[in-house]
Ligand binder design. Structure first.
Ligand code: GLC
Length: 631
């Protein structure tokens, strides 16, 4: 039996008042509980439409959790304190430059799953999205197939082949647990002295438009949740390939991250058109450019350009994915960090690649929301865009890595496609007396820095940001490819042509650029000058003076070599052919025809740059679209 009721509550008016107060308290409790702690979790209903799941989840999130989703952090900045992922609700991680942090898919999976457990242990269990620069194969994984860089794929004039390369890259990337690649660069390189020329499909916006859609579809596949698909990124928005020499806003650079000065009409025709194609193909993310555009009223940093991002990209073009900043790109807007953050987010940046001082970013954006500098509506828009892609990636249903595709990484089938892409990109610029194709039983004298250098033929963004001359992954050098394709040839290899040339029937000199990336590759900015190295120049002069010779150029762009051509009988632009050097040998010996055509103008000298087809003065060594065909 319960305790007797106190005398005070025996009076009816007091009793009813107490009951009413208790009922009111109960109702208020239900109304003020922190969002997300109660009710059906329809955002976890995989059958519900994504838009409904986003709306439900957004309604449960605190402002801190929302801003956490807008924060992308580099692994080195957080691996020591992974609980920050859970506690701050970090939305994304990356490792910059396709750095090969681990050398097996399993090790990658273990690392990413470890971070993902932190994320899914958070209050609402929102999974991370992990991104890398898998821009020509999964350059972060030794043993993955490395395709020709975009400049070579552009020379092949085969968007379908580029789409195949993207699809294989996606499969060899997702199998390691990475969900997102910062590719394709749909930049249009208008000055070949730019260190990122090789990341473009060339100077012709029409070519970039032709490639953008198929390549995005290659990466993203039919179903973004499949373990063979990755989220793609059209980059860098906008006008990164049109900067003027010497206008870089970054120390030691000359072109990269500079100012693109042109009319809005020209900007749309040259640099925006490929982004429209990417958006129409359903690209899920766009990366802002470090560069600035000057349409007549002075330069505007792309990261701060509300007109181009909000009005054009999201408004006019209807882009419904999310815009990610570039690496510390927000910091470049203004020395006042709060102003920089406010400006970037209001300009339409949805996720910030901080990527180190993530607490500072979070605290700064929180303060901006508190002060009204950034509206909650803007935050909700950004987070909705990000969550939409995470639901599409299937991360809520399957947040942990599915490595079943790892067995196909580096497979013969994948390598065959890469070899075909390398062969199709080979561009024959001279062939006196039909020297090529060779018969394959000649005495061959082989020289040059690119003849036996897997690192040089793969170029930047391979195993590390800048790439390396070393063989950092499996593949075949051009020398190995020649030995495979022409087993009856008698090859004398001497990189610097110091060995006697003797009775060679033909000389092959493979000249090469050393790898580079971004502004470090800007011609004239440092050791990369778009000219033959002394050793390669000497090898060309020595070999070609002595015997019929073929010069093969392994480079990310045209190289100034006019003064060394007099004795050259055949000239091939090999571009950056990737891990399958046999693809360079195939057309050399007639296994496949030469069919590549220049995706950029090949000038007589660097001083002619920028020179593009359609210019009033156009007098190059080889024009855009030039390429000799064989068999
Ligand atoms: C770099 C590049 C960008 C790349 C990003 C992440 O600075 O500009 O293309 O995706 O950082 O590595």
């Amino acid at each position: 039996m319960g305790a007797p009721m106190p005398a005070l509550f025996r009076r009816p008016v007091v009793l009813w008042t107490a009951l009413a107060a208790a009922l009111a308290a109960a109702v208020i409790t239900v109304l003020i509980v922190v969002p997300g702690d109660e009710g059906d979790s329809s955002y976890l209903d995989s059958e519900a439409p994504i838009a409904e799941r986003v709306e439900d989840l957004l309604g449960r999130m605190t402002i801190e959790e929302k801003i956490g989703q807008m924060t992308q952090v580099a692994v080195p900045a957080i691996e020591g304190v992974p609980s920050d992922i859970r506690n701050l609700g970090i939305g994304s991680l990356l490792n910059g430059g396709s750095d090969a942090l681990h050398d097996t898919p399993e090790a990658w999976a273990e690392m990413i799953d470890g971070f993902q457990r932190e994320a899914t242990d958070s209050r609402l269990g929102i999974p991370l999205v992990y991104g890398i620069d898998a821009v020509h194969g999964n350059g972060a994984l030794p043993g993955a197939v490395i395709f020709p860089h975009n400049i070579g794929l552009g020379a092949a004039h085969d968007p379908g082949l580029a789409a195949q390369a993207a699809a294989i890259t996606a499969a060899e990337t997702r199998a390691t647990g990475v969900h997102w690649t910062f590719a394709p660069c749909v930049c249009v390189a208008r000055d070949s002295r730019w260190g990122r020329t090789y990341e473009s499909f060339g100077e012709d916006p029409g070519l970039a438009v032709d490639y953008a859609g198929p390549v995005v579809e290659g990466y993203q596949g039919e179903d973004l949740a499949a373990n063979t698909s990755v989220l793609a990124t059209a980059k860098h928005y906008a006008g990164d390939g049109g900067t003027a020499y010497g206008t870089s806003t970054t120390e030691h650079y000359l072109l990269d991250q500079g100012v693109t000065t042109l009319t809005e009409e020209a900007l749309r025709a040259i640099h925006l058109a490929p982004f429209k194609a990417a958006v129409d193909a359903g690209v899920g993310s766009v990366m802002a450019s470090f560069s600035s555009t000057d349409l007549g009223d002075g330069p505007v940093k792309a990261h701060a350009d509300s007109y181009l991002i909000n009005d054009v990209l999201k408004g006019e073009l209807g882009f419904d994915g999310f815009v990610v900043s570039d690496w510390q790109g927000v910091d470049q807007i203004d020395g006042d960090y709060a102003k920089a953050v406010r400006t970037a987010i209001n300009a339409g940046i949805d996720m910030v690649m901080v990527p180190f001082e993530y607490r500072r970013f979070i605290d700064t954006l929180l303060a901006e929301v508190d002060s009204g500098g950034v509206s909650e509506e803007r935050i909700d828009d950004a987070v909705s865009r990000i969550l939409t892609q995470k639901f599409a990636l299937g991360l809520f249903e399957a947040p942990f890595v599915d490595t079943t595709g790892a067995a196909d990484i580096g497979s013969d089938e994948h390598r065959a496609v890469a070899r075909h892409a390398a062969a199709a990109s080979q561009t024959l610029l001279r062939n006196d007396d039909d020297l090529l194709p060779l018969a394959g039983d000649e005495a061959i004298y082989l020289a040059g820095s690119g003849a036996d250098s897997l690192g040089r033929q793969m170029g930047g963004w391979t195993a590390s940001w800048q790439g390396t001359v070393d063989a950092v992954t499996e593949g075949t050098s051009i020398l190995a490819g020649i030995e495979e394709v022409a087993p009856n040839a008698a090859i004398t290899y001497s990189e610097k042509a110091t060995e006697p040339i003797g009775g060679a029937d033909v000389g092959i000199v493979v000249v090469a650029e050393d790898p580079y990336a971004e502004g470090i590759g800007d011609a004239g900015a440092g050791e990369h000058d778009m000219r033959l190295s002394e050793a390669d120049a000497a090898a060309v002069d020595t070999v070609c003076a002595a015997v019929a010779c073929v010069v093969i150029v392994v480079s990310g762009r045209p190289i100034e070599l006019t003064s060394h051509l007099a004795e050259v009988d055949a000239l091939v632009a090999a571009w950056l052919p990737g891990s399958e050097g046999a693809g360079v040998a195939d057309p050399l010996f007639g296994g496949t025809p030469y069919g590549g055509r220049l995706p950029v103008t090949w000038t007589r000298s660097n001083d002619q740059e920028p020179m593009n087809a359609g210019d009033p003065i156009y007098d190059p060594l080889f024009p855009l679209g030039f390429g000799l065909q064989t068999g």
